[in-house]
Design a protein around this ligand. Structure first.
Ligand code: X2W
Length: 284
């Protein structure tokens, strides 16, 4: 790359950096985007970069594939209904061990090694996320929905320049531990914080008008069109819950939501600091 091109890239980022200083970006880091060590490292660098230019990233992570791996080693077959894991008591223990015990700490130490200050939390810490049993897909055991988010805990860490890293495990008033889909938790946290952005880092390029045609990637759509596309079947399968989480977050006050391909090196920086972006943006 020519030296002048490098300078131009920095200059293109300037108005974004100026606009976003002091704002909160909630980043949902999905298990499917965590598989490659080199890419994982780049995601951590991107998060540290955001923090250093004055943006406040809050990470909500998943880890579905890692939970499946451990369940497999224990001889338990993972079961899903509409993308939600059937979670009996034993499975819940595995989910909590993997998400809060392993994946969360891995991300925290990665960010710290990249020069950031990360603090690992689960929804249980400081009553960050409370839950109740979710029956909307039938009885899936200990699958929960978000009842409340205590933003004070998050704000406290942001103020001290930490990057909060949150696992989607929460506690109910009944004292039960609940497993909540990480997209849902990210959407609810972004909404409660009034975040500037919710960025879903996943393993697809974004939303396609016609899934079979890779040239039909939609770069931007509003929530009404997004809902129409869900109803018309243009958006289907695993993308539906993601899009609904984005819509929910926007209705709660998030300015922009992004569905971005975590398999592309430095996808977050490309999405945030370039005029064209690379994934799909959903706005009000
Ligand atoms: C998810 C929580 C983790 C998650 C699960 O048990 O897999 C439910 O399904 P990804 O990697 O973002 O899919 N919870 C209820 O959402 O991870």
């Amino acid at each position: 790359m020519e030296t002048i091109e490098k300078a131009n890239i920095l200059i293109e980022a300037l108005p974004y950096i100026e606009n976003f200083r002091g704002k909160i970006f909630v980043v949902k880091y999905g298990g499917n985007a965590m598989t490659d060590e080199r890419l994982k490292h780049m995601v951590m660098e991107d998060l540290v970069f955001l923090k250093l230019v004055g943006i406040n990233p809050v990470v909500v992570h998943g880890g579905g594939p890692e939970i499946n791996d451990l369940l497999g080693k224990l001889g338990k077959k993972p079961k899903f209904v509409n993308g939600f894991r059937m979670t009996d008591k034993e499975t819940m223990e595995v989910v909590e061990m993997v998400l809060t015990g392993k994946v969360n700490k891995e991300i925290v130490s990665y960010i710290n090694r990249c020069g950031g200050k990360a603090i690992g939390l689960s929804g249980k810490d400081g009553g960050l996320v409370t839950a109740d049993k979710d029956l909307s897909n039938g009885d899936l055991g200990l699958v929960g929905y978000v009842k409340s988010v205590n933003t004070e805990v998050i704000q406290l860490f942001i103020k001290e320049d930490y990057i909060p890293v949150i696992s989607p495990v929460a506690i109910g008033e009944d004292g039960e531990t609940y497993n909540i889909n990480a997209d849902t938790v990210a959407g609810e946290i972004a909404g409660s914080l009034g975040a500037e952005k919710l960025i879903m880092l996943t393993d697809v390029e974004g939303i396609y008008k016609d899934y079979g045609n890779k040239d039909s990637l939609i770069s931007s759509l509003d929530i009404k069109t997004a809902l129409d596309y869900v109803n018309e079947g243009v958006i289907d399968g695993g993308m539906i819950p993601k899009v609904l989480c984005c819509i929910n977050a926007i209705k709660k006050g998030v300015k922009k939501t992004h569905i971005t391909d975590g398999r592309i090196p430095h996808s977050m920086l490309l999405e945030i600091f370039t005029d064209s972006g690379i994934g799909t943006v959903i706005v009000r």
